[in-house]
Design a protein around this ligand. Structure first.
Ligand code: GRF
Length: 209
């Protein structure tokens, strides 16, 4: 056994995206390290034009678009297609990275305890969208990002980790978003590793089946 985790030691992660994929890129960069406990085996987008798909393809990672639009509002059918693709790829843990669709309870249950998300706010402040503008409007002096387990409430699951940034005089939603994004790129790889380790610890205390 070497110090470096062998390929089979690494948990198989699927990343769900809707857009540019800068957090995906941060996760993929971390997973380049052979000691990192997870490998990114699949990137899946609901938008065929999502920039992150190209990032994945260039790195040789399987990149799949399952466009929600042909499902014509049948969210369950779209989610069953995503679920099938993840399982076929042997995904063990799902990381949401800018995935902009809300799941039905069925999908959340199907991946409960095996799905994490990054949110650009210091939860429980500002769950949902427009977090940076809302932090500014509320006059907060600290803002940041949170990685959490996904449960049925919006951005309400147990927190894995948080990173704070200051709100500076003259900040706009855009300048604040950029500062938070830099923190996201550090936080998400740390928290994905932490999530993998906590799943392993939990598996080690379960009686064998
Ligand atoms: C990030 O701010 C993330 O926290 C939020 O959506 C944004 C995605 O950005 N959930 P990117 O696609 O990772 O660049």
């Amino acid at each position: 056994m070497t110090d470096a985790a062998s390929a089979s030691d690494r948990d198989r992660v699927g990343v769900l995206i809707s857009g540019r994929g800068s957090n995906l890129a941060a996760l993929m960069a971390a997973a380049q390290n052979p000691d990192y406990p997870a490998e990114i085996v699949m990137v899946l987008a609901n938008a065929p034009g999502a920039g992150g798909l190209e990032i994945a393809r260039k790195a040789g990672v399987a990149a799949v678009a399952i466009d929600h639009r042909p499902f014509k509002g049948d969210r369950g059918a779209h989610e069953r297609a995503i679920d099938g693709a993840l399982r076929e790829a042997g995904v063990e843990l799902v990381a949401l990275a800018g995935y902009m669709r809300i799941f039905t309870p069925w999908f959340v249950q199907a991946w409960r305890g095996r799905m994490i998300n990054i949110d650009p706010s210091l939860l429980p402040h500002f769950p949902g969208v427009d977090t940076h503008a809302r932090a500014l409007a509320a006059g907060h002096e600290r803002h940041g990002c949170t990685v959490h387990w996904v449960t049925e409430g919006i951005d309400a699951g147990p927190v894995i980790g948080q990173a704070e940034v200051p709100v500076l005089d003259g900040d706009t939603a855009e300048t604040l978003a950029a500062r938070v994004l830099t923190a996201e790129h550090r936080l998400y790889p740390e928290c994905l590793a932490k999530a993998v380790r906590s799943l392993r610890d939990a598996a080690n205390v379960q009686p064998s089946r």
